[in-house]
Design a protein around this ligand. Sequence first.
Ligand code: NAD
Length: 249
Amino acid sequence: MEFSGKSAFVTGGGGGMGLNIAQDLLRGGANVTLFDLKPAPAGLDEGPGKATYVQGDLTDEPRVGKAMAQTFDANGRLDYLVNAAGVLLLGQDKSLVEIDLDLWDRVLVIDLKSMVHTVRHAVPLMRKNGGGAMVHFSSVQCLRGDDQPQDGYQASKAAMVALSKSIAIQFAADYIRSNVIYPGPTMTPMQARWENNPEAQAAVAGRVPLGRIGTSQDMSNACLFLLSEKASFITGTELIVDGGVMAKP
Ligand SMILES: NC(=O)c1ccc[n+]([C@@H]2O[C@H](COP(=O)([O-])OP(=O)(O)OC[C@H]3O[C@@H](n4cnc5c(N)ncnc54)[C@H](O)[C@@H]3O)[C@@H](O)[C@H]2O)c1
C-alpha cells in the first residue's frame, strides 16, 4: 500500500506491533513519529519515509500533545494515529475482588486514558488537513470472561472499543475514521514468557484454529488496510485478527 506524503503518529513504536506498523508505514513512504517509553530500536532509517522517535510516557498528556504538534509542524499534516501501546501486568492485574486498586488505576491510565490523550490532540490536527484515520489496539481478551482474569486490562480494552465508536460518529463529518483491531495471541515482547518455551507456544497455537500464534506482521497488515484508502468506507467498527479463536464455540 502507498502512503507517500502521509504523516503518522504511532504509539508503542518501540514494541512489537507498533514498531512493525511504523516500519511498514515508513516503507510505504509515510513520515512516522514513533512514541514509546523504551529507547529507540534499530532499523528506523531505511525509509523512504522519515522516522522521528520520541521517548516518552503516554500518561504525560502535555508531552503527547507536544510530540503530536511537532509531527504536524514537521510534515504539514497528520493523517494517521495508531494506538498500539499498552501494558499487560500479569500476576498483578487480576480479579476485581483482589486487585490492588492503585494498580487498577495505573492500568486504566496507561491502557485507556492514553488513548484519550492521543485522540484529543490528533482530532484538531486531522481536521486541519481535511480528515484522517485512527486504529486502536484492543484485545480479544475483552470479548469474554477468563478464569485467570486481568480485569484492569479487560475493562480498558472494552472501553477503547466504546470510545472508538463514539469518535467515529463524532468526527465522521470531518472525514476522520476510527476503528479497532482485536488481536488474538501474538508473539511480541508483551508475550516474552512464550519465547524459548516451545511447550507454551504449542499450547497457545493449539487453541488457535489456524494452528499458529499471530505475528506483529499479521497485525500490521490489518492495521495498514484500515488506515488506507481501501478502507475509506469503514469506520466505527472492529476487526478480529486471531486465527479464528473467537469463532470457536
Ligand atoms: N501480544 C499479544 O498477544 C496481544 C494480544 C491482544 C492485544 N494486544 C495489544 O496490542 C497492543 C500492542 O501490543 P504488543 O504485543 O506489541 O506489546 P509490546 O509490549 O511489544 O508493545 C507495547 C509497547 O507499549 C509501550 N508502552 C507501554 N506503556 C507505555 C507508556 N506509558 N508510554 C509509552 N509507551 C508505553 C511499551 O514500552 C511497549 O514498547 C497492546 O495494546 C496490547 O495490549 C497484544
